[in-house]
Ligand binder design. Structure first.
Ligand code: TYM
Length: 331
């Protein structure tokens, strides 16, 4: 049995990139492992949300976790700030995290470019907080999408550094994980990059999105003029549509459109129509559950309380051990 940890930042509704990159793995992993899945509300403070937005987004992620099938009885499903020991470990890890290595992290450089007026210390030390989330439960496996790979590398560096410093084999070196495959990146609908909330209107398809809006977004997705020679390589926006098709459609459907593409018969309008319907088939039952669970505040309260207690049991134990190792001892 492995110890599994992963989290999602509460910054709005979850999209199908979150689902296929992370949540799909959570659902499978919860059956046989010791799983901790949380809502990374400390992390979301790097973008300065209002208290109302923060609370609303935490609730939304909690609801969506539950709607996708994460079982609070089988896992520890909790809110990061309900385990304040995380912040203590973050502080300790920061004492051995170096400016040079933090500045080199790709996501930091990207964020610094995107929000030049808010390059705060939380953004810079984002990898130490993420390492704290993972190491506080001594996790071995971390199911995440491709974009988190470098953060996991940093987590291993911090774990090794701690072990070496205190000459102990205390933290395992956790690895990023995707079931049976390489880490994945679900592309967005705007022709480049990955699906993400902050990438602009129309780029992401949300789990709670209504069918009409899904159809509209998919039909507007970027393509090109179409293949002119048999078996020609696909341009990035077209490759992206095929990646989405592979995520939500049957193998037969994928094969059909691949064949149409390689013989230059493809009509992107048909491909998009099919893609939209398959996305809707996938999200519609989730959407219903999301609406149902969101209305049940009492249940959400119960889940959050249970999660906080279970997370504390594991996290407080690790922190006691760490304090002792470091030399914070009682007289
Ligand atoms: P976040 O909130 O940006 O994304 C949550 C999860 O969804 C994955 N993901 C994707 N996967 C594939 N294709 C996409 N287009 C896509 N977009 C998002 C992410 O890889 C992630 O797994 N730093 C994390 C949250 C976090 C965390 C942790 C994760 C905080 N502490 C400890 C694991 C362990 C983040 O910002 O993910």
């Amino acid at each position: 049995m492995e110890t599994v940890v992963s989290g999602i930042r509460p910054t709005g509704n979850l999209h199908i990139g979150n689902y296929f990159g992370a949540i799909r793995n959570f659902i499978k992993m919860q059956e046989k492992n010791n799983c901790f899945f949380f809502i990374a509300d400390y992390h979301s403070l790097t973008t300065h949300p209002t208290p109302q937005d923060l609370h609303g987004n935490v609730k939304q992620v909690l609801v969506e976790y539950l709607a996708t099938g994460i079982d609070p009885e089988k896992t520890t499903l909790y809110i990061q700030s309900d385990l304040p020991e995380t912040a203590e470990l973050y502080l300790l890890l920061n004492m051995n995290a170096y400016l040079g290595e933090l500045e080199r992290v790709t996501t930091f450089k990207e964020k610094a470019r995107k929000q030049p007026n808010n390059v705060n210390a939380g953004l810079l030390t984002y990898p130490s907080l993420m390492a704290a989330d993972i190491l506080i439960h001594k996790a071995n496996k971390v199911p995440v999408g491709k974009d988190q790979e470098q953060h996991l590398e940093m987590t291993r560096t911090f774990a090794r550094r701690f072990n070496r410093m205190y000459e102990l084999d205390f933290f395992p070196e956790p690895t990023a994980f995707n079931f049976g495959d390489n880490l994945i990146k679900i592309p967005g609908l705007d022709g480049s990059g990955k699906m993400g909330k902050s990438e602009g209107e129309g780029n992401a398809i949300f789990l709670a999105e209504d069918p009409k809006s899904i159809r509209k977004k998919v039909m507007r997705a970027v393509t090109d003029a179409g293949p002119t020679e048999p078996n020609s390589p696909k341009a990035e926006p077209v490759e992206n549509l095929f990646s989405l098709l592979k995520a939500v459609s049957s193998q037969d459907t994928v094969n059909f459109f691949e064949e149409q593409y390689s013989t230059c018969k493809i009509r992107y309008g048909d491909l998009k129509k099919q893609l939209a319907e398959d996305v809707i088939n996938f999200t519609a039952p989730l959407r219903e559950k999301i609406l149902e669970i969101a209305a049940n505040e009492a249940y959400l309260g119960k889940v959050a309380k249970m999660g906080a207690e279970k997370a504390h049991e594991s996290g407080a134990k690790t922190m006691r051990e760490i304090r002792d190792i470091i030399g914070f001892r009682k007289f």
